[in-house]
Ligand binder design. Structure first.
Ligand SMILES: CC(C)(COP(=O)(O)OP(=O)(O)OC[C@H]1O[C@@H](n2cnc3c(N)ncnc32)[C@H](O)[C@@H]1OP(=O)(O)O)[C@@H](O)C(=O)NCCC(=O)NCCS
Length: 174
């Protein structure tokens, strides 16, 4: 499974990716914007564990963002269960040296199109912390609508934070 971006590609994870994932994911500026399930510090063992689970449990929904020689980030959707079976949650991170070049904006646009085309979902949402201006901006650039603020819904690094809810709904002609 591969989705081409202008300069990079989205592809399935490989065992060899552990080194570059650990190198870039071991970054407090990334961890601060994600859930605590994302380890910090982030070791090669964590990367291997993530890759083996992604390959088995999410082979068609979790992707590496990759150059010719290394993985520089990750993007994926998690499809809900029960009454949320037609909705998916979007998550992503990018290696800090590559920030602010439009890479995640392009990746999100491609993943949204892929997800609506290949799964029975009609809604994709994301919940950045309110301090995460870059992520909110990405979502807005990709056509997600701001739906509201979950006040004091998170404790991260000992601080209480708000989450913002953004979502995009499948158009009838998608
Ligand atoms: C959020 C993240 C994925 C963005 O990736 P990216 O490839 O740098 O994003 P893009 O370059 O496509 O877009 C970022 C936009 O935010 C803007 N931006 C970045 N920091 C900003 C700030 N502090 N204030 C205002 N705008 C900011 C950029 O200028 C850009 O907008 P522009 O294209 O209009 O100039 C990346 O910063 C990251 O991995 N952060 C840590 C993990 C994370 O937050 N994951 C998402 C959790 S919801």
């Amino acid at each position: 499974m591969e989705i081409k971006l202008r300069q990079y590609k989205l592809r399935s994870f490989k065992n060899d990716d552990a080194l570059s994932i650990a190198k870039y994911a071991n970054n407090k500026n990334i961890w601060l914007n994600l859930r605590d399930g994302f380890p910090h510090p982030y070791t090669i063992v964590d990367a291997k564990d993530f890759i083996s689970k992604a390959k088995v449990n999410h082979p068609k929904t979790f992707f590496a963002i990759s150059s010719e020689d290394e993985v520089i980030g990750s993007i994926g959707i998690t499809i809900g269960q029960d009454v949320h079976i037609q909705t998916a949650e979007l998550g992503y991170w990018l290696a800090e040296p590559f920030w602010n070049r439009g890479i995640i904006t392009e990746a999100v646009q491609k993943i949204v199109a892929y997800a609506f085309e290949n799964f029975q979902i009609i809604r994709i949402s994301a919940e950045p912390y309110s301090s995460n201006t870059a992520s909110a901006k990405v979502l807005e650039k990709c056509g997600f609508e701001y739906e509201g603020r979950l006040k004091s819904s998170v404790i991260k690094d000992g601080k209480i934070l708000d989450q913002l809810i953004y979502a995009i709904i499948k158009k009838m002609d998608d």
